[in-house]
Design a protein around this ligand. Structure first.
Ligand code: FAD
Length: 475
């Protein structure tokens, strides 16, 4: 009887424990992806759907090259899986675990149903270096603060990544839905041109991105990672999100470089700690299932958000009149990704200067990021809001002008994404409203026409935010 491998956030063939176990069982294989439609499961945003579509196309191709077929079905997994098991006479089902509450409930229910029908089921860890229940404080509790979590976790054993095996035996594949019919990629309007230019989703793209990062950017990562005007980071986040690559493969490759002595310890340490921020986010999500919609710190439940629609719309469109904010929001819209430093600046601006509920920003990022991640997105928004575990201090309010001047000193990042002010000189590129009429004229900028006036006053809104937050602290 065949073994069914249900692929989810592990869209790769190499280092895939569920797939390895199915192969090791000696049963002929059926590989399945289910586009889940169920009330409990948060639907993917637009950019993530695009990534999923491209990843599945790549995976189908890779599986076909090995002589197999990727079977596609849509619907509620709790029905689709038993149906397909019955159709194919499968004897075993394998999958890799996921960590959101609704997903865990689905998988647990399915395991029971399938076992009752006499099928063998087994689940594995493919996505995390350390599953959330394995890292505990000395009091046997989950961690709430990153640094002690990291200290505890990063000395624990991590398995070595597995290579792609050879010799594949396939079962006869059942009927499949057609990927094009899922409409994961937009057609009219086709807004994905910028995404196509920026990314090659899928397993081969992930491998190439990792190789390029290790060869060109790991050296210097610690000092360059905060600069949005430089390609200083790995851009591996969407590949990790969909499991086109595993953290084990990344860590394995980094350790290999380290052993060869061709990268500085400080760069490696910084990069590895970022990988552990993702681990920590999953730790938080698993132990706090409502991370994306409930304040981790319940004090914030009383916070009076202003939720000014005009500010929020200007923010979404990249038309706030603050160049670093607008550049970030346009990078997000055009490429489905935003540099981490700018994610922090734009989130802080919306929440603190705009007094907008962090959940609204989280939802916008969820829809527009190719790496939109149930754990990292929610944890990061709460971190910036100050409502999260191990949050940024509440009084930290990024000044978008100073942040721009510090991290995009020549304005190259702004010039790229906000071309209508590209001719402004560096000393005013982050604050066009301070430029003289003459300078504006020479740069062909007409404030309020070719580029917006600031949507709010920085000083007043900063004071307002601090007053609100002070009240929260004193209550
Ligand atoms: P690199 O610097 O190369 O880091 C390597 C990997 O480490 C990343 O791919 C990512 O998996 C992980 N990582 C790095 N920083 C963080 C972090 N702060 N938290 C968690 N993991 C991290 N990351 C997402 O993957 N998905 C999201 O939806 C997401 N939303 C965010 C929202 C906000 C408001 C903020 C401030 C940050 C968010 N991040 C999110 C974290 C971070 O910005 C991205 O992981 C990073 O920018 C991805 O680029 P990179 O792969 O080049 O990162």
């Amino acid at each position: 009887a065949p073994a069914l491998v249900w692929l989810r956030n592990d869209l790769r063939l190499a280092d895939n424990p569920a797939l390895e176990a199915a192969r090791a069982s000696g049963r002929p294989l059926i590989l399945l992806y289910v586009l889940e439609v169920a009330d409990e499961i948060r639907p993917l945003g637009g950019a993530a759907r695009w990534w999923l579509g491209r990843s599945l196309a790549g995976l189908s191709h890779d599986i076909a090259a090995l002589g197999g077929t990727l079977v596609l079905r849509s619907g509620d997994a709790r029905r689709v899986l038993p149906d397909i098991a019955a159709e194919t006479g499968a004897g075993a089902i394998y999958w890799n675990r996921r960590y959101g509450a609704a997903e865990i409930a689905t998988d647990t229910a399915l395991k029971l149903t399938l076992r009752e029908k006499g099928l063998e089921t087994a689940s594995f860890n493919a996505a995390l270096l350390h599953e959330p229940w394995t890292v505990r404080t000395q009091k046997n509790e989950p961690y709430k603060v990153f640094t002690p979590f990291f200290r505890a976790a990063h000395t624990m054993h991590v398995r070595a990544p597995a290579r792609l095996g050879s010799g594949w035996t396939w079962a006869r594949a059942p009927n499949s839905e057609r990927l094009v019919d899922w409409r994961l990629e937009p057609r009219a309007p086709d807004w994905a041109g910028g995404l196509r230019d920026a990314w090659i989703p899928g397993e081969a793209g992930a491998r190439a991105a990792l190789e390029q990062f290790l060869a060109q950017r790991l050296s210097g990562y610690a000092s360059r990672r905060d600069r949005p005007d430089i390609e200083g980071t790995s851009r591996l986040s969407p590949y990790l999100r969909f499991g086109n690559i595993s953290p084990h493969q990344i860590l394995g490759a980094v350790r290999h470089r380290e052993a060869r002595g061709d990268a500085r310890g400080a760069d490696i340490a910084k990069f590895v700690s970022e990988i552990y921020w993702r681990e920590f986010s999953y730790h938080l999500l698993f132990h706090n299932p409502n991370l994306a919609d409930q304040n981790f710190n319940p004090r914030f439940d009383r916070f009076e958000w202003r939720n000014d629609d005009a500010v929020e719309r200007a923010w979404q469109k990249g038309r706030t009149g603050f160049p670093i904010i607008d550049a970030g929001m346009r990078q997000l819209w055009q490429t489905g990704w935003m540099h981490n430093r700018v994610r922090m600046i734009t989130a802080s601006f919306l929440i603190k200067h705009g007094l907008t509920d962090w959940r609204r920003g989280e939802a916008w990022f969820w829809d527009t990021l190719v790496d939109a991640d149930p754990a990292s997105n929610a944890a990061s928004w709460q971190w910036v809001a100050g409502s999260g575990a191990d949050a940024a201090p509440y009084f930290r309010i990024f000044n978008p002008v100073l942040q721009g001047e510090k991290f995009d000193p020549d304005g190259a990042y702004v010039r790229h994404f906000v071309p209508e002010i590209a001719k402004l000189p560096a000393n005013v590129i982050h604050k066009p409203w301070r430029a003289t009429a003459d300078v504006l004229h020479r740069a062909d900028v007409v404030l309020g026409e070719t580029y917006p006036n600031p949507v709010l006053d920085l000083d007043t809104s900063r004071r307002r935010a601090l007053e609100h937050l002070d009240r929260l602290r004193d209550e």
